[in-house]
Design a binder for this molecule. Sequence first.
Ligand code: SAM
Length: 219
Amino acid sequence: MAQKYIDNYKEKGARKRLVDALQKKGIQDAEVLRAIGTVPRHYFFAETFWNQAYKDIAFPIGEGQTISQPYTVAYQTELLHIRKGDKVLEIGTGSGYQTCVLLEMGATVYTIERQEKLYEKTKYVLPEKMGYKAHFFCGDGSIGIVKHAPYDKIIVTAGAPTVPDVLLKQLKIGGVLVIPVGDEESQKMVTILKVGEHDYEKIVLDTFRFVPLVGDKAW
Ligand code: SAM
């Protein structure tokens, strides 16, 4: 059956309650909260599962992957300090939900997914069904997308064993990389600010559990 794209009072109410819950969990950036409160997360679910769409949980999207938990999306987005017009590289498009949150905040998004089926679906659904326009790529994002570098911000939405140097090289000076780093069980959220051509300031934050980043500079 065809997916429905209807945003009615029930979903809007559930979305508002999700935003309130994220605020209570510590998300403070008003623009991040506005974006989460705007992007219709139920569009990423089959209608039978719409009752799950505004719970603060990750959910299967096929190909063994998940749409990230809203708190995780909000947490990573807050760390990026998005400004309108920022050029952002997202590694791990998945459903495209995080992509929409970034677009909603006025970023230009280059997003790459290694699983062809997810890439094909998301690159069609986002612009055609939801009106969100990004630059979609299929391939190994652990090496970045050098052709379109440098970026103001880079976000990795899968767990990496280490920080790939190649991603740091693709950041502008003043740019920020947000990446979960750890083993298969858990990862620490790491932010790296590029302060000079070869100078970086690294902060290690909270623990999360992501699907693995699989690729040449990853698992
Ligand atoms: N942000 C996404 C969302 O909101 O739906 C969630 C993404 S899911 C947690 C992580 C994604 O990273 C998966 O779709 C996976 O296939 C993808 N991935 C893993 N390794 C990758 C790589 N080297 N390059 C690109 N995508 C990768």
